[in-house]
Design a protein around this ligand. Structure first.
Ligand SMILES: Nc1ncnc2c1ncn2[C@@H]1O[C@H](COP(=O)(O)OP(=O)(O)O)[C@@H](O)[C@H]1O
Ligand SMILES: [Mg+2]
Length: 225
């Protein structure tokens, strides 16, 4: 399964959800899991130093002759049982092209991966025509991560990328609820993640992988199965 997590607004919780989903999937898969970071914040959420070497950006810039084996060589340890494909440093450049997204989808699809690992991609807020938009559109599960907020919902309704399901990052005091989101977008809410001090603190301290908050793991259990 290739799962894309994306959002229509920064600060939605996309990177936290993508990272937590990959960590949960890694626990339940014999061969572990792979987390590909098109947005750039995953190492910080995993509590890792900024990766120095080449990443997805450099793979994309190297052109179409470079295949999935080259991508395998860029993997680094993200957490126990979780491999990380870092974004790589630099301006978006080559990642602005949607054909790169198609190549990436083909190279990352678990059928192309000998171990059949589940793959989670953090697509951030995909710009129109970008590799992230192509991955978010072509993934076997395209998850829109959204807070139940009117401004985000109207962007989601207008988005060219259509999700297959929604991960709702709920916070107290919102007027909109799960039903409103499902009615507006016409797709199911697959999981509700509640905002909590425990998650916020674990992210800020870079210990999400080492001490995954139980509520977060429970909310996301089964999403990638
Ligand atoms: N479930 C949650 N509970 C509390 N804080 C959260 C939760 N999910 C995300 N956050 C916080 O919200 C901020 C934005 O999260 P992030 O995953 O970086 O969003 P995005 O990737 O959509 O920009 C971070 O400071 C993060 O710690
Ligand atoms: Mg992010």
């Amino acid at each position: 399964m290739l799962v894309a997590c994306w959002s229509v607004k920064g600060g939605s919780g996309t990177t936290v959800v993508a990272t937590a989903l990959a960590l949960v999937a890694a626990r339940h898969s014999l061969g572990g899991a792979l987390l590909a970071d098109l947005a750039g914040d995953v190492p910080a959420v995993l509590g890792l130093p900024e990766p120095a070497g080449p990443g997805l950006l450099q793979w994309a810039a190297a052109g179409s002759e470079v295949g999935s084996e080259a991508l395998n060589r860029l993997e680094q340890p993200g957490a126990p049982r979780l491999a990380l494909l870092a974004r790589g440093r630099g301006e978006a450049g080559a990642l602005d092209a949607c054909d790169v997204g198609e190549r990436l989808l083909a190279a990352l699809s678990p059928t192309a991966d000998a171990s059949g690992r589940p793959v989670v991609v953090d697509c951030g807020v995909p710009a129109e025509g970008s590799a992230a938009a192509a991955v978010a559109s072509g993934a076997s599960l395209s998850l829109l991560v959204i807070r139940p907020c009117y401004l985000a919902l109207r962007r989601a309704v207008a988005s060219r990328v259509r999700p297959s399901a929604v991960i709702l990052v709920d916070e107290p005091g919102r007027a909109l609820d799960r039903r409103d989101v499902e009615d507006a977008l016409g797709v199911p809410v697959r999981a509700v993640v509640r905002t909590s001090d425990t998650v916020a603190r674990a992210v800020d301290a870079g210990i999400l992988a080492a001490r995954m908050p139980r509520d977060l793991a429970r909310a996301l259990a089964g999403v990638t199965e």
